[in-house]
Design a protein around this ligand. Structure first.
Ligand code: HEM
Length: 198
């Protein structure tokens, strides 16, 4: 019975369940660093956000994935993170190596979907982060652009992304690949948080 429900479960639910504990530990690591206490700490948080959005950015321009997820290119938030850093005079790191999501030539669509699930899902939790940022005087137009909701609202934007994700036909092995992609993305955020937030 469990086996049956696992097979029929939606991909988005399987990704959420598979990454629940790593999401909690990422939340904890980030919030423990008190990124909304002052602008210097927020600047370091922006470096984490820049790192993960830069890592995933090439996927938003990949035709095989754009065919599956409508409005994919419009979802990219890397430019907003860079603008936030410019607003606040934060110097972002310069990376010499290619983005993590594309470092493996064998990434493939299932793993890419796992990476995208993580970065798109982070916009849901960003509702809370935006409130904290606003208490520091930041806004969707200054310093916290990348935490802004989509014009149609966070919940319905996320629902549309999940519907597209869940329409993709994947074999069990490919679902396993998507889960590995999501876990790799969270592991990358964790690594970035350790690097920038200590
Ligand atoms: C860059 C770091 C982060 C990433 C990559 C990330 C990723 C995600 C993902 C994938 C989801 C969607 C889960 C699902 O429903 O399938 C999510 C939701 C959520 N995240 Fe995060 N998250 C991050 C940081 C944080 C932080 C620091 C907090 C701390 C408050 C947080 C709080 C939440 C909350 C409360 C939700 C659920 C929102 C809702 O259901 O309305 N996240 N996040």
């Amino acid at each position: 019975m469990t086996h049956q429900s696992e097979i029929t479960a939606l991909l988005s639910d399987r990704l959420r369940v598979a990454t629940r504990s790593t999401h909690q530990s990422v939340d904890q690591t980030i919030m423990d660093a008190k990124p909304f206490e002052n602008l210097a700490a927020y600047g370091r948080f922006l470096c984490v956000q820049h790192g993960i959005h830069r890592d995933v950015a090439p996927l938003y321009h990949t035709a095989a994935i754009a065919d599956l997820i409508p409005d994919l290119a419009g979802r990219l938030r890397l430019g907003a993170v860079e603008q936030d850093a410019a607003d606040l005079g934060v110097k972002l790191p310069t990376y010499l190596e290619p983005p993590a999501s594309t470092r493996s030539a064998q990434l493939g669509v299932p793993r890419a979907l796992g990476w995208l699930y993580v970065v798109e899902g982070s916009n849901l939790g960003a509702a809370f982060l935006l409130k904290y940022a606003q208490k520091m005087g930041l806004s969707e137009d200054h310093g916290a652009r990348h935490l802004a909701a989509a014009p149609e609202g966070r919940a319905s934007d996320w629902r549309r992304f999940k519907e597209a994700l869940n329409r993709v036909k994947l074999s069990e092995a490919e679902v396993g690949g998507a889960i590995l992609g999501a876990q790799a993305a969270f592991a990358r955020v964790h690594q970035l948080a350790h690097t920038h937030l200590g």
